[in-house]
Design a protein around this ligand. Structure first.
Ligand code: NAD
Ligand code: ISE
Length: 339
């Protein structure tokens, strides 16, 4: 069966995912596109032979759309996900699931009313080959119990519109999700401290930031978020256990020797670094919903958890580095919990 996907939001990542769904993944077709910018929607839709529709609601309710992909701005996600749930259609939502814990809860309640999963959140690192290998190593017990995780998330630069809170909400949110999954553990507290600020930033921005998280079992995580590091896009992750450690590999790029130097390239951005992960993420999503309609990737619960943990980190940043307890509700049975 071909899964007919309608896309809400034809900006940077929306266009990239449309290309992926039409050129990389088999078993899917993009049949409808909408964007606040209707000219953009029409251009993008025409490239792939899809309809351009005026609103997200019309797209979701179209009989030519089996599943919805939400790639609009974060504050609009909740409305589109709730519409898809009301229509009983699977929905893939780029991160964040919603920008408030309350909206995430509304989504969880709407999904639970169906008694099955329909929502997947776009945390693509779970589909990255390196993180998947690290997870296998940790789960095998070869390292003993994990004790500490050291991470860095560096972007070369960010626009003036990027705020200090976005370091948690937009950037660290990827580590927050992938570490909960990697360790199979929950984050219970967050603290954010700020070293001397780089001069390569807009004045309003606190950059870099050091984020410290603690999990329910006592693992300590330190994460450097440095979004104006200048030199490239660089993602580091090392988990130290009782008997050894496992480290995320750097992406493979050819070595160059010239002028008495031996070099390898550093990636430019997240698009290049996680291309394969995004491809796998969509292959698995299309295969899952094309088979039994139920996604198997990061759930609405994971989206909720990421939002409440980033909220705690932002509160810490805004209260001069206080340790903030994560206020998470009990996990419902639909998502592997007992509530
Ligand atoms: P963008 O600004 O390039 O594109 C967003 C598009 O959505 C714009 O064209 C805008 O007009 C449209 N839009 C906004 N609200 C809409 C609405 N209610 N209905 C229809 N169209 C609407 O932004 P982007 O960089 O593509 O980011 C989009 C989302 O993807 C964000 O939530 C962002 O956090 C997420 N994202 C995820 C990753 C990742 O690594 N997984 C990377 C980048 C962006
Ligand atoms: C961006 O929105 C992403 O999601 C990227 O993966 C991340 O590296 C970047 O910092 C964010 O701004």
């Amino acid at each position: 069966m071909t899964v007919r996907v309608g896309v809400i939001g034809a900006g940077m990542i929306g266009q990239d995912h449309i290309r992926r769904l039409t050129e990389v993944v088999t078993g899917a077709a993009v049949t409808a596109v909408t964007d606040l910018d209707q000219t953009r929607a029409a251009e993008v839709a025409a490239r792939v032979g899809a309809m351009a529709l005026p609103t997200g609601a019309e797209l979701t309710n179209s009989p030519d759309v089996d599943a919805v992909l939400v790639t609009s701005w974060g504050p609009t996600h909740a409305e589109h996900v709730l519409n898809a749930l009301a229509a009983g259609k699977p929905v893939f939502c780029e991160k964040p699931l919603a920008t408030t814990a309350e909206d995430c809860m509304r989504i969880l309640e709407a999904e639970r009313a169906h008694g099955r999963r329909l929502v997947q959140v776009g945390f693509m690192r779970r589909f990255d080959a390196g993180y998947r290998q690290m997870k296998q190593v940790i789960a095998s017990g070869a390292l003993g119990a994990p004790l500490m995780v050291h991470c860095a998330h560096r972007n070369p630069d960010v626009p003036e519109s990027y705020t200090s809170a976005m370091a948690a909400q937009d950037t660290a949110v990827h580590e927050i999700d992938v570490l909960r999954w990697l360790l199979d553990d929950e984050i219970v507290s967050a603290q954010v401290i700020t070293p001397r600020a780089t001069s390569h930033r807009f004045e309003h921005l606190k950059d870099p930031q050091i984020m410290l998280f603690e999990t329910a079992s006592g693992v300590r995580i330190d994460l450097e978020v440095f979004v104006n590091c200048q030199y490239g896009y660089d993602i580091q992750c090392e988990t130290v256990g009782e008997k050894g450690l496992t480290r995320l590999p750097d992406p493979a790029t050819v070595a160059i020797r010239t002028a008495r130097r031996h070099t390898t390239a550093v990636m430019d951005d997240w698009k290049a670094r996680f291309t394969d992960a995004f491809d796998t993420e969509f292959r698995e999503w299309v295969a899952a919903i094309g088979t039994d309609g139920e996604p198997t990737g990061p759930s609405a619960w994971d989206g909720y958890a990421a939002t409440v943990i980033t909220d705690a980190a932002v509160r810490s940043l805004e209260s001069d580095g206080a340790v903030v307890t994560v206020d998470m509700k009990p996990r419902p049975t639909l998502y592997g919990g007992t509530a």
